[in-house]
Design a protein around this ligand. Structure first.
Ligand code: BG6
Ligand code: MG
Length: 211
């Protein structure tokens, strides 16, 4: 049915969304800023600096650009310490089995992520070189909900967006997918999205959608 499937990375392929949360939480606690899982859902899919802006908007304080750069670096260093602990064990057999199944059934597979750490994560979980295309935060100038990342991924797969399905856990990611002209499958926080064509309770349900 779909010739290509474009996966978000954080919170879809692996649980790095948890590490993002913990690293932002540590920063917010140190600064005395309120931060919780609900606010965290608004950070899904958006860029690092936009995430920081959302957190700082609850501080009632003004930060200079230099201060913001320092804070974003502090969070990223903390986050990367968690990433460095990851191994291929952090890729679940369900996700790996489903990816292999989709590939065998003839789909081309891509990553479409806002993260600048995507390459490092794929390496840590043993998926370096696995995907037919990887488009991440280093190659795009507009993060989700802008459609750039998914348009670019479809192009890199050599496919029209309408022949691609995007799998996302972020509401802004579903919006980006639809704006790019792709169909979208929502999981996790994005499962409730009315823009999503499929609502996945488990990653392996993609076998029924695409098999
Ligand atoms: C997205 C995450 O994948 O990447 C966001 O959902 C994150 O939460 C964004 O802010 C940017 O990530 P990074 O790794 O470049 O800081
Ligand atoms: Mg995500």
């Amino acid at each position: 049915k779909y010739q290509g499937i474009i996966f978000d990375l954080d919170g879809v392929i692996c649980h790095t969304d948890r590490y993002h949360y913990l690293a932002w939480k540590a920063l917010a606690d140190r600064l005395g800023i309120c931060f919780n899982e609900k606010i965290n859902n608004r950070l899904r899919g958006v860029s690092r600096m936009e995430s920081l802006e959302i957190i700082l908007s609850n501080s009632g304080q003004i930060y200079t650009d230099t201060e913001k750069d320092k804070l974003a670096n502090e969070k990223n260093e903390n986050y990367r310490r968690s990433l460095a602990q990851m191994t291929p064990e952090n890729l679940s057999p369900e996700v790996k089995g489903t990816l292999d199944f989709l590939r065998k059934s003839g789909c081309r597979l891509a990553i479409g992520s806002s993260s600048k750490n995507a390459g490092f994560i794929l390496e840590r979980i043993g998926l370096n070189g696995y995907f037919d295309a990887v488009v991440d935060g280093n190659q795009i100038s507009h993060a989700k909900p802008d459609p750039e990342v998914f348009r670019c991924a479809a192009r890199r797969l050599g496919l029209a967006p309408e022949n691609c399905l995007v799998v996302e856990d972020a509401l802004v990611g579903i919006e980006a997918a639809v704006r790019a002209g792709c169909d979208a499958a929502g999981m996790g926080d994005a499962r409730k999205s009315s823009l999503a064509k499929y609502h996945l309770a488990a990653f392996s349900e993609l076998k029924e959608v695409c098999g």
